[in-house]
Write a protein that binds this ligand. Structure first.
Ligand code: IPM
Ligand code: MG
Length: 370
């Protein structure tokens, strides 16, 4: 197969981890006989410096012409004092909106090899397998007005939480579809005891639930959900929630099983292209130190193979290679632990690649004896 992939490294460690995804995809291409064509675009602070805007039109065009988009991370202290429309994050929000990426899938699962890096006890996290479905193009992130204002002569501020019912409907329905293929449970997270938007969210979830008698629906208030995720994370299968709650809870979910540096994500739309990015940020504190964990980005590339290209076997090959490298004791700094082998970003990438290609050698040998 031939596929065109738009690559937007962005800022900070974005560039370092994206390199890992590209190299691993090249190894997949070699092993399975696919051709991946990579075209690079600018986003975030890098784009502000080069073109005066966090999301240049040519980057948007490149994405629209591609079969899928890989994104590293955006942001950094250099641009923290910029006015809101010239912040790197604005580029990320704009691309999500323009590509209509209404659902962000963030899977977390237990890695036996990383049980020692979780802040929770092994008994609590063993077997955790949760998929967070975060609404991505509405809510507080996009509602207007969002501005400084005045009230009775005093400084004041307003952000707006706005949703159309249909925007809730499509993402909650997707959560039910996904639950049907998993363990058949949807936990819908809201703040219906306080927010009107959450009461509508709950109604929509109930309506959809009637069409899915095989899926169990449970409602959970967001504060309780934050607690339950620590207390008993195994209870969750698919968790669906609005944009801001999903942002917060997915960072929490990521550390259950090891590190923020491990969690991939896929953002999907009705007509594609889909966008794949790690859930972590640009980590300016370790930029250029060859210390970032490239696994979240590499696993995002695996999600791309599975969801955009239907390459299930290829996606599993990447996931297996990552598991084997972790089992063999290789660790970047964020997941380092006593008695394991600490490696740099580029060494971790090399290990995953070598494992992927080595499997081929093993398969060939087995093929010869079959
Ligand atoms: C994420 C990030 C972004 C978000 C930031 C960088 C705008 O935290 O993808 O979770 O809040 O959505
Ligand atoms: Mg976040």
């Amino acid at each position: 197969m031939k596929k065109r992939i738009a690559v937007l490294p962005g800022d900070g460690i974005g560039k370092e981890v994206v390199k890992g995804a590209i190299e691993v995809l090249q190894a997949v291409g070699e092993r399975f006989g696919h051709q991946f064509y990579f075209s690079y675009g600018k986003i975030g602070g890098t784009a502000i410096d080069a073109a005066g805007t966090p999301l240049p039109d040519e980057t948007m065009e490149l994405c629209k012409e591609s079969d899928a988009v890989l994104l590293g991370a955006v942001g950094g202290p250099k641009w923290d004092r910029q006015p809101p429309h010239l912040r790197p994050e604005r580029g990320l929000l704009k691309i999500r909106k323009e590509l209509n990426l209404y659902a962000n899938l963030r899977p977390t699962h237990y890695y036996s090899s990383l049980s020692d890096t979780s802040p929770l006890r092994k008994e609590v996290i063993e077997g955790v397998d949760m998929l967070m479905v975060r609404e991505l193009t509405g809510g507080l992130y996009f509602g207007k007005p969002s501005e400084r204002t005045q009230q009775n002569g005093e400084d004041a501020v307003v952000d707006t939480l706005f949703y159309q019912k249909e925007e809730m409907h499509r993402v909650i329905k997707l959560a039910f579809e996904l639950a049907r293929k998993r363990r058949g449970k949807v936990t819908s997270v809201d703040k219906a005891n306080v927010l009107e938007s959450s009461r509508m969210w709950r109604e929509v979830a109930e309506e959809i639930s009637n069409q899915y008698p095989d899926v169990i629906l449970e409602h959970m208030l967001v504060d309780n959900a934050a607690m339950q995720m620590i207390k008993n994370p195994k209870q969750f299968d698919v968790v669906v929630t609005e944009n801001m709650f999903g942002d917060i809870l997915s960072d929490e979910a990521s550390v259950l099983t090891g590190s923020l540096g491990m969690l991939p994500s896929a953002s999907i739309s009705e007509n594609g292209p889909y966008l794949y990015e790690p859930i972590h940020g640009s980590a300016p504190d370790i930029e250029g130190k060859n210390a970032a964990n490239p696994i979240a980005m590499i696993l995002s590339a695996a999600m791309m193979l599975r969801l955009s290209f239907g390459m299930e076997e290829e996606a599993e090959a990447i996931e297996n290679a990552v598991n084997q490298v972790l089992d063999a004791g290789y660790r970047t700094r964020d997941i380092a632990s006593f008695g394991k082998k600490q490696v740099s970003t580029s060494e971790m990438i090399e290990e995953v690649k070598a494992t992927l290609l080595d499997n081929e050698a093993i398969l060939n040998i087995m093929g010869a004896y079959a």
